[in-house]
Design a protein around this ligand. Structure first.
Ligand SMILES: [Zn+2]
Length: 90
């Protein structure tokens, strides 16, 4: 698996956890009237999962795939913003 696909998979995982967290939080609110516990659990899980973001680096120059000119973006680069390497190729 190349680094771009791994990074895109990471974003999809975060989106899935967010969607699941919303559903569980709403279900808890309707069932028990308290939604704080699933909301906090989802938030902590997302923060912990996001530590993986630092692993997605360009194999040639080490630039993070989520950074473009110093700004963090929600979707990874297909082409390295520093050295121009095609990150989609295996
Ligand atoms: Zn690079």
């Amino acid at each position: 698996m190349n680094v771009y696909r791994a990074a895109a998979g990471h974003v999809r995982l975060l989106l899935a956890v967010t969607a699941l967290g919303v559903v569980v939080t709403i279900a808890f609110e309707r069932q028990f009237g308290h939604s704080v516990i699933p909301f906090v659990a989802t938030s902590i899980l997302l923060i912990v999962l996001n530590f993986r973001m630092g692993r997605f680096m360009c194999p040639r120059c080490g630039s993070n795939l989520f950074l473009r000119k110093g700004w963090a973006w929600p979707w990874p680069n297909k082409v390295c913003s520093q050295c121009g390497l095609d990150l989609e190729k295996p």
